[in-house]
Design a protein around this ligand. Structure first.
Ligand SMILES: *Cc1c(COP(=O)(O)O)cnc(C)c1O
Length: 429
């Protein structure tokens, strides 16, 4: 599969080179030059098999082609169940059964498997730099932990992640280094960008990134939408509609691509927190990135969604895009209220991110919408227990994967938000 840049000024490249590069040289994002059409009907197939079938056409001429089944088996090793909720036609797509109990585990593990397989045997150690607002860093650390040929350096904003998120970032050790930055997520992202743009650092330390702009993180996410939609279609004979908690638009962009590939995906509705750049755009305003607001759903605290450029690329113009997707913002008070009421209403405890989508579902139902909708559950509530437990009045059971990482000791190193200090630290390592 040929890949091109959203900005159209970079050379066409193969998918392996696009995975290794991350960002395109013209500053754009890599996208597949065409989207393969799938005619899949696979009731009973495992998640890994479905993901592999979805990804196969993209990797047909890749060095990974023959390794794809193994990489998918490793990446999609845990279920993504579609659960019926108490309300009729209401479903929950649970994407939180991986090692860091958030959906980013699937794609991070796929990327780790793919980059490992693409590595030349004698290549110098690759250092993966990740800026994280909480979940990405943990998923990438878990995916690359003790993987030969890789080091991971995580930067997270000190004091702005949940205590269990902080633990999940600092508990790995070995080839994973965790830096708590005196600053915001935007500061962390700036430090990573500056390091990646530093030609000498890049060459000497084989720096790479693993954030949500990587095509290797975007494409595998189509896998669980395919599995849920195909299963639902086989059983009910209709497409499944999705409500997706959204920040950088990576997860939702995968659902849009899956629908364009011909999967039985119906409407795609984005739920954001108070960072409402996307809802404003989809309601007809110009696309206008803003400074990020801190909210209870911190993994969605994004003022300039990085995958917007990709989403726009796949549509002729703003009108077509606005017809393809809709979006609604949910403030912190409503997130709290939704978490408080979810045990009664739906018999579940949602994390703050999932709560935004649950509220959007309630809005649609109040408007008389009767089509089947799956709320995408992006993280397990136990990771955000300091927010969730006071609202529901009892402890949230800790899943085994989370208990395992909580049992490990955690450590992090302080770093001032200063690129010269990060540079020195990387060189000394
Ligand atoms: C990353 C994340 C999101 C947002 O996903 P995007 O792909 O950035 O839109 C939502 N919920 C949780 C729990 C996350 O970790």
């Amino acid at each position: 599969m040929h890949c091109i840049s959203t900005r159209g000024r970079a050379a066409t490249t193969g998918i392996d080179a696009a995975l290794l590069a991350g960002l395109a040289p013209d500053g754009g994002l890599y996208v597949p030059a065409t989207l393969p059409r799938l005619a899949l009907d696979r009731p009973g197939a495992t998640l890994a098999d479905t993901a592999c079938a979805v990804l196969r056409p993209y990797f047909a001429d890749s060095r990974l082609a023959s390794l794809l089944p193994r990489i998918c088996t490793e990446a999609f090793a845990f279920a993504a169940p579609l659960r019926a909720l108490r309300g009729e036609h209401d479903y929950l797509l649970e994407l939180f059964h991986g090692p860091t109990v958030a959906f980013k585990d699937y794609a991070a593990r796929f990327l780790a498997g793919a980059l490992s397989a693409l590595r030349a045997p004698n290549a110098p150690i690759t250092t993966i730099l990740v800026a994280t607002s909480g979940d990405t860093g943990a998923a990438v650390a878990a995916a690359f932990h003790r993987r030969a040929g890789f080091k991971v350096v995580i930067l997270y904003p000190d004091g702005r992640v949940s205590p269990r998120q902080a633990h999940g970032l600092g508990c790995w050790g070995d080839n994973v280094r965790c830096l708590r930055v005196a600053g915001t997520f935007d500061d962390c992202q700036r430090l990573v960008k500056q390091a990646l743009a530093d030609a000498e650092l890049r060459a000497r330390w084989a720096l790479s990134s693993a954030n949500s702009i990587s095509l290797g993180r975007l494409l595998p996410q189509i896998g669980y939408y395919a599995q849920a939609a195909l299963e639902f279609h086989a059983r009910h004979g209709m497409p499944l509609n999705f409500i997706i908690p959204t920040g950088n638009l990576g997860n939702a962009c995968a659902a849009v691509l899956g629908r364009r590939m011909g999967l039985p995906i119906g409407r795609i509705v984005l739920a954001t927190n108070a960072n409402d750049v996307l809802p404003r755009y989809f309601a007809g305003a110009d696309y206008a990135p803003r400074a990020t607001l801190a909210t209870l759903a911190n993994a969605m605290d994004v003022g300039a969604p990085s995958n917007f450029e990709r989403l726009r690329h796949f549509h002729r113009d703003d009108d077509e895009l606005r017809g393809a997707v809709s979006a609604q913002a949910v403030d912190d008070a409503t997130i709290r209220d939704t978490i408080r009421r979810a045990p009664q209403q739906h018999d579940i405890v949602p994390c703050p991110h999932t709560a935004t989508a649950l509220h959007v579902l309630a809005t649609l139902r109040a408007q008389g919408e009767s089509a089947p909708f799956a709320v995408v559950a992006t993280a397990h509530p136990a990771k955000f227990e300091t927010i969730v437990e006071p609202l529901i009045g009892h402890p949230v059971e800790v899943p085994a994967a989370l208990a395992k990482s909580l049992a490990r000791p955690a450590a992090s190193e302080p770093l001032a938000a200063d690129d010269a200090l990060l540079r020195r630290l990387l060189i000394a390592a």
